[in-house]
Design a protein around this ligand. Structure first.
Ligand code: HEC
Length: 125
């Protein structure tokens, strides 16, 4: 009898301590997206060839946060909090992404990370 009580007790503790239900974890990122850790390395690897300095294509300099904030010839590179209005995100999204030009599209996790960063306010973090 004592053993049964113990087992039931342990099962209860396990259920209570188990944390959020399965699936909830995937939707909530463990931490905020970071410009330095999540965004800049991707841009450096896939975009810097054409988007660095004063000769950057379309006037879009993606080599630093400050340069990105200035925007390109046709306007802002990103709109804080709104990935759908941010060329940085729309140009790399969809079935046939416009960017990077003449190269394989970014991976889904890379696109998701950049989109999340814009959505979270595009901070210099
Ligand atoms: C091989 C060169 C090349 C690479 C690599 C490249 N781009 Fe571009 N990008 C261009 C050119 C050229 C333009 C000028 C406008 C056009 O032709 O669409 C441009 C324009 C843009 C624009 C402005 C478009 C608009 O709608 O305002 C954005 C944003 C952009 N690129 C983002 C990126 C991102 C992000 C990457 C990396 C994932 C990237 N590009 C990689 C050549 C490149």
């Amino acid at each position: 009898m004592r053993n049964v009580t113990l087992v039931v007790g342990l099962a209860w503790i396990a259920a209570v301590a188990g944390g959020p239900p399965a699936g909830a974890q995937e939707k909530t990122p463990a931490r905020a997206a970071s410009f330095a850790k999540d965004v800049q390395p991707v841009l450096k690897a896939s975009c810097s060839k054409c988007h660095t300095g004063k000769d950057a294509k379309g006037g879009v300099d993606l080599s630093s946060y400050a340069a990105m904030k200035k925007g390109g010839k046709s306007g802002p590179v990103f709109v804080e909090g709104d990935p759908d209005k941010s060329p940085l995100v729309t140009s790399i999204s969809g079935d046939k992404p416009e960017m990077p030009k003449k190269a394989a599209p970014l991976t889904k996790p890379q696109v998701a990370a950049i989109s999340a960063w814009v959505k979270e306010g595009a901070k210099n973090n």
